[in-house]
Design a binder for this molecule. Sequence first.
Ligand SMILES: [Fe+2]
Ligand SMILES: [Fe+2]
Length: 149
Amino acid sequence: MSVKSYGIRQMILSEHDELRRRAQEIETALERMERIRRANAGELEGLLTAFYARFWHHIENEDKLLRPVLTEDGKKAIVDRMDKEHVDQRARIEALSKLLLHTTPHEHVAKLRAFFEELRKEMHEEEDLCLKPEAPHDEPMRFDSCCGR
Ligand SMILES: [Fe+2]
Ligand SMILES: [Fe+2]
């Protein structure tokens, strides 16, 4: 694995960590909301809006940065799987964002819980499939330039 491809994987992994933290924060807010039986819709809406934006950006990063690295490594099956998953994830975020416009987060608690559970599973599988940390090795470019090829 090249230094560049290692760096991209590390970046995607740290985005996964951030998304997990944000998901946990939203779930805690959902629990609090249910406990006090008074929807703090404003706080939760803010968290959700930020989460959807972050997640959308994360998918874009994977498409722009991780996809070429996987393609270069000849991992076509994983790339195809990722493309399909991203289409599906974008559709889910769009559907949930629309829901937010017409209902309060309180009204779609079950959908949100299912969404985060699914997302954690997908991120975990993605990490197993193509983000496992491996030590980077030097870019072959160095050889090329030193040997004049
Ligand atoms: Fe992904
Ligand atoms: Fe991801």
